[in-house]
Design a protein around this ligand. Sequence first.
Ligand code: GLV
Length: 311
Amino acid sequence: MTATLLYWGPDDTRAARWQALFAARAPSITFRRSDDPGDAADVDYLLSWQPPDDILGRFPSLRAIFATSAGVDQFDLAAIPERVPVVRMFDPQIEAGVVEYASTAVLYLHREFDRYRHQQHTRAWMPHAPLPATARRVGILGLGSLGRAIARRLVTLGFEVLGWARSAHTLPGVACFQEEDGLARMLAVTDILICMLPLTEATRGMLDRSLFEQLPRGACLVNMGRGGHLVEADLSAALDDGILRGAVLDVLDSEPPAPDHPFWSDPRILLTPHIAAMTNPDTAFDVLMANIERDRKGEAMIGRVDRWRGY
Ligand code: GLV
């Protein structure tokens, strides 16, 4: 199979990693990089975190755009011609990463490490009786493949797991909720809420005061979706008012946050710099190649974005 793939991105190290993989494992594919893109007219595939503007004008032969990420909210789908499929990355390493991150965050909050960290700073040696995992209810917003993988792991850790999605799901050991009324019912019985939603116009700003107020008082939040899901001022106010106890955030609206952003110094918030999961070219390569082969055979690619839904 011959084809030309253009890697579009500013990170030299990652570009070099992909280049080495193509050279070793798919030499029949011509690999190009954005620092030396060659003739744009013969590019079949783009591989990118964020593709360039004017796709149609620049790349008339483009067959597909592969995101290097699981989320595609950074893409302006309206600017990409409909005939060019956009495909999300289903790297098994991303799944492993988000499952680890969610388990760590849930265990941190469940075992009240946030509270003990504060006690350490105030030199207070004060044990609190731990709650069994079976008594802690963890609700997951978003039951796509990553949300479902998190749910499975949390079930094995012994938590009472709940999940919400717009559409109906059935998952062993997980209480599944759907649509607006299902959301309210799940929130009412969720002690730790994990956001794994895609960022769309329907979900932007969803983690706001009115949602926090539907949780039991003193619940916790883990945001692994996108910063745009969270109304940041509402989180600070909900923590001040005791509506929420703590939060673990891997994503923020503006990354990195400004030096004077209040979250940096808020002991109730654990911040990580968008590291829950990162695509690993070594494992993502096979996923990408399998999709290119599917495209060449005229078969449907795995992870194709539904433009109407936006994910
Ligand atoms: C990371 O945030 C991703 O979408 O893969």
